[in-house]
Ligand binder design. Structure first.
Ligand SMILES: C[C@@](O)(CCOP(=O)(O)O)CC(=O)O
Ligand code: SF4
Length: 401
């Protein structure tokens, strides 16, 4: 791989140990994947924040790094709400470690709003054709597919290295030729809301890491695309997808028809809704917001919960910025007894591990909760989740206001 004189000097350690390690990681990846050079990036999104997933070894590695990031960089969800960690009964020991991790990232100049939907934040813009180094799989999928930006599926360390250098290795999804659809996915039924998460869950299992182009009957909303991509990246390893007539590259590029095609039928999606864990338990916990809820999703949850009281523990995850922008939705949701939780999620928080069955409206959470939280997962749309959350409780007389 070609390196500039300055990059050679960094690799020789002339700019310090942190940058030497960072460029070494990028050069090694570049050599493995045949990159010709390093290219500048617009931003980095850094996964590997929760103490639950990175442990003491991760904390130690990050704490040893020195310097400042060269491009806007932001963190993925941590293991707890950083301002109100006691709410989900996180232990003080965990909280101490988690705060130390976030502090170590903050020292490097990284923004510590911990979210997997940074593209909804004001002041963290990302546009068509931008080169990025992002590492949370749903954010990667959204950036590549819905925005038309370009990022590989970075790991936490490579995204952090890219942030410190302001560059990444030029291979994979940074190159036009790797963004061409490899398989058509023809969906024969019409879809709405959580059907997209179910579709992503089913499709990801079938296509692995290939680039699909969907032919859909209707036009999905951005939240539906977010759910589709997140689920496909979890049950499979899809980092980029196209939807005919919808996503930006499918509209601008003249992609030919891939040779291979699969057809998805309604019955395959129904199986996701109907599937029960091996013990067929009743959900004890209801969680919404994987990926983090958008403003529209918060609005919908507020509408569904207005004037009701939850009878089961109910957690709704979003970014702190959105809770500040939409306090009225948060108030309505919390008046029901449901909790709006920031900086974390049902998958990376240790709090979920206390439950044995969790209901979700996310194909991604449905895929990950069993393995990462040791609980069965049950799938339903947001309405079904709220119905389950409020089952058995009388409506408050006259509603909340
Ligand atoms: C499950 C996931 O969304 C979050 C957990 O990863 P981490 O703790 O940020 O490394 C990771 C991913 O899918 O990229
Ligand atoms: S909410 Fe879902 S998409 Fe976001 S970090 Fe957690 S598991 Fe990943």
């Amino acid at each position: 791989m070609y390196l500039t004189k300055e990059e050679e000097q960094i690799l020789n350690g002339e700019a310090g140990e942190t940058l030497r390690q960072a460029i070494q990681i990028l050069v090694s990846l570049g050599d493995i994947y045949g990159a010709d050079r390093l290219i500048p990036i617009k931003s980095a999104q850094i996964a590997g924040v929760s103490y639950k997933t990175i442990g003491d070894a991760g904390l130690e590695w990050i704490s040893d790094l020195k310097g400042q990031v060269k491009v806007p960089a932001i963190l993925n969800p941590a293991g707890m709400d950083l301002e109100d960690w006691e709410r989900l009964r996180i232990s003080p020991e965990f909280a101490e470690k988690q705060k130390a991790i976030v502090q170590a990232y903050r020292k490097l100049g990284i923004r510590c709003e911990c979210t997997c939907t940074p593209y909804t934040l004001e002041g963290f813009s990302v546009g068509y054709g931008d080169h990025l180094a992002w590492s949370e799989s749903s954010a990667i999928s959204y950036a590549n597919s819905v925005i038309g930006a370009r990022t590989n599926r970075e790991g936490g360390p490579s995204a952090l290295s890219a942030a410190l250098l302001g560059k990444t290795a030029n291979y994979g999804f940074h190159l036009d030729e790797n963004r061409i659809p490899e398989i058509s996915v023809i969906v024969e039924c019409s879809l709405k809301e959580s059907d997209y998460g179910a579709l992503g869950y089913v499709t990801g299992k079938l296509i692995g890491n290939r680039v699909p182009i969907f032919q859909l009957k209707g036009k999905p909303e951005t939240d539906e695309l977010k759910a589709l991509g997140a689920a496909m990246a979890a049950s499979g390893a899809v980092a980029l997808y196209h939807v005919k007539g919808v996503t930006p590259e499918a509209c601008r590029m003249n992609f030919g028809e891939p040779e291979e095609k699969i057809i998805i039928e309604r019955s395959q999606l129904d199986e996701v809704y109907e599937s029960r864990g091996k013990n067929g338990r009743e959900p004890e916990l209801i969680t919404i917001g994987c990926p983090h809820c958008s403003a529209n999703e918060l609005k919908k949850a507020a509408e569904l919960l207005k004037g009701k009281t939850v009878s089961k523990e109910t957690w709704i995850f979003t970014s702190r910025e959105l809770t500040e922008r939409y306090p009225e939705y948060i108030r309505t949701i919390e008046e029901s007894g449901a909790k709006v939780v920031c900086d974390t999620c049902m998958v990376v928080s240790p709090a979920t591990n206390r439950y044995s069955c969790v209901m979700v409206n996310s194909g991604k959470a449905f895929a990950y909760v069993p393995g990462m939280c040791g609980a069965e997962s049950v799938y339903g749309n947001m309405e079904a989740c709220i119905e389950k959350a409020t089952a058995g409780k009388e409506k408050k007389v006259g509603g909340s206001h």
